[in-house]
Write a protein that binds this ligand. Structure first.
Ligand code: SF4
Length: 79
């Protein structure tokens, strides 16, 4: 899972993931709902581009994305 208040769309997760689980794209208004004021400001500053868990069932639970994320925005959760 990705913390919407932390992700800045730097795409380190896209680079390190061996299973191509992530995409980086502009969030929809619905996906931005519920963000904190600071999270909303950060999202706006980055053009609302964030990482998306596009293919969660492809995850191999290696943890590389958790270590690579410079914003500590990723946590592993069973789906
Ligand atoms: S834990 Fe899953 S999503 Fe993260 S890098 Fe490994 S395979 Fe990719």
């Amino acid at each position: 899972m990705i913390d919407r208040n932390r992700c800045e769309g730097k795409a380190e997760c896209v680079t390190v993931c061996p299973y191509d689980v992530f995409d980086v794209r502009r969030l929809t208004p619905e996906e931005r709902e519920g963000m904190s004021l600071l999270g909303s400001l950060k999202s706006w500053a980055h053009g609302h581009k964030q990482a998306i868990v596009a293919r969660p069932t492809d995850c191999g639970t290696c943890g590389l994305c958790v270590k690579a994320c410079p914003e500590s925005a990723i946590a592993l959760r069973k789906v």
